[in-house]
Design a protein. Structure first.
Length: 211
């Protein structure tokens, strides 16, 4: 499947989920802890890229409230519309991140929360390498994924059928390191989305820096 088709399928899933996605994941303590770590490292008015920005909450909202210049990119037009209305102090674009021109060293921080899972493994690796270059030297990146050894498997996510690809935790961490990032911490947690029928799922949060 091409990268463009993967982006279109991801957009269709999150168009359907809308605010239900935000409600299901809003209580993630580790997500908010990683945002607190990131904001603690940023100078006032830092430029931050939020990849797969969803409804804008909590990531863009937290960073914009801290006075940073936030650009969110999402393949779902419904999510971009929600984020634009919910977080007016940030900017959002409807686009496939793989097709957005980004200058090297142009951001102080990058956020990648669960936005790789509907990409192939080569596409994930290529994007993380590119995002590492987008960071200025000394810049920070936070990433989160579901750390399972799975490639192009069909799963049911909040009643939506999706095809997902991921890496085992050590393999994901290694991939991020090969992209040119120093992984400062890797935090494994179990999280249960607030959604009917949802069970606990593993989440991996990485806090990284471009040396």
């Amino acid at each position: 499947m091409s990268g463009g088709e993967q982006a279109r399928q991801a957009a269709a899933v999150f168009d359907a989920l809308g605010l239900d996605y935000e409600k299901a994941f809003a209580h993630s303590e580790e997500h908010r802890a990683s945002l607190a770590w990131l904001t603690g490292r940023l100078a006032p008015g830092s430029r931050v890229l939020d990849v797969g920005s969803g409804t804008g909450r909590p990531t863009a909202e937290t960073l914009a409230a801290a006075g940073h210049d936030v650009l969110g990119i999402d393949a779902s037009p419904v999510m971009v519309d929600l984020a634009t209305r919910q977080v007016p102090d940030a900017a959002f674009r409807h686009a496939d991140i793989a097709e957005v021109p980004l200058d090297d060293g142009s951001f102080d921080a990058v956020c990648v929360y669960f936005s790789l899972l509907q990409m192939s493994r080569p596409a994930q690796e290529a994007l993380v390498r590119r995002l590492a270059r987008v960071l200025r030297p000394g810049g920070s990146m936070v990433l989160a994924t579901v750390p399972v050894d799975a490639e192009d498997v069909e799963v049911v996510f909040m009643v939506q059928a999706v095809r997902a690809t991921s890496f085992a935790a050590d393999d994901f961490t290694g991939m991020v390191a090969r992209a040119g990032l120093t992984v400062l911490s890797a935090r494994d947690v179990l999280f249960t989305p607030d959604h009917p029928g949802a069970g606990p799922e593993p989440h991996l949060f990485l806090r990284c820096v471009r040396e």
